[in-house]
Design a protein around this ligand. Structure first.
Ligand code: ADP
Length: 258
């Protein structure tokens, strides 16, 4: 098992800049004992062979580049178990509840984080099975979700936000492809992404991949229609298209026989 590679993390590097310092602190925080156990399980199962470097750090999770046994790049999304805004924002009541003391709190937080990782994996799997353009799900182990790495060499594909509409080869085609995938998600996967925007669509070889399925809800969810309309509005805003999310959402719902 290797935890570094020449082109990603050189732990022996002599002169660390301020940025390097942050970078290593980030790694320390991510690889706490709990997360290491998750990663070792994935290594034992043959899913992960090498851990390379961080791809991104968000409020609730970090995404890390790794390689599988065949030397193929994969992406690992690691949900934080400590200092998580995810916990703070969604589960404030747990902290305030006197029944949840010390160890119990820790265990509850871990249960929630694991449930969240499994939920994202389940949503991603359902979307992928339905033929939605999303990274191929590989495995979920406690707070770690392994999926296909979308990128060139070890460089992750840019998001639509990184590129802007003008950075796309054929913006019209990308726009319609996103709409087809939103519809497919609703009609065939029976889900609404619920956090769709230019930040969660990767652009790779002229094609799209929709990521970040943690917030997706089932079609039956009472707020699903509103989320669908909001997802569509985000897409229309990005492309500067004068359509109304609710109207298009209604058309998509009709296609689903609703
Ligand atoms: P968060 O919920 O923390 O925002 P995301 O799932 O949106 O996490 O991923 C954050 C970033 O990580 C993305 O913008 C992208 O740069 C990178 N990323 C996520 N998944 C992949 C993937 N499968 N392949 C390549 N890069 C990815």
């Amino acid at each position: 098992m290797l935890v570094s590679s020449a082109d990603d993390i050189d732990v022996e590097r002599e002169s660390r800049t301020e940025k390097d310092h942050e970078y290593f602190e980030t790694l320390d925080e991510v690889f706490n004992a709990y997360t290491w156990r998750s990663l070792f399980s994935l290594m034992n199962k043959g899913v992960v062979d090498q851990i390379l470097g961080p791809l991104s750090q968000g409020k609730e999770a970090r995404v890390i580049l790794a390689k599988d046994r065949k030397g193929v790049y994969i992406a690992l999304k690691i949900y934080y178990t400590t200092t998580s805004t995810f916990i703070k924002s969604r589960y404030k009541y747990i902290m305030g509840d006197p029944r949840f003391k010390n160890k119990k709190i820790k265990k509850d937080i871990i249960d929630i984080v694991e449930a969240w990782s499994r939920k994202e994996f389940g949503n991603l799997s359902a979307a992928y099975r339905a033929g939605v353009k999303a990274p191929r799900p590989i495995a979920v182990e406690r707070n770690v979700l392994a999926m296909e790495f979308i990128g060139e060499g070890n460089r992750p594909a840019p998001t639509l936000n990184d590129l802007g509409v003008d950075g796309l080869d054929d913006p019209d085609e990308v726009f319609w492809e996103i709409l087809r995938n939103v519809e497919r998600t609703y009609v065939l996967a029976k889900l609404v992404h619920a956090d769709l925007s230019e930040f969660n669509i990767l652009y790779h070889n002229g094609d799209i991949r929709i990521i970040d399925w943690g917030s997706a809800v089932k079609r039956e969810h009472p707020l699903a229609f509103g989320y669908l309309a909001r997802d569509l509005d985000n897409v229309f805003r990005f492309f500067g298209v004068g359509l109304e999310g609710r109207r298009v959402a209604r058309l998509i719902a009709e296609r689903a026989g609703e």
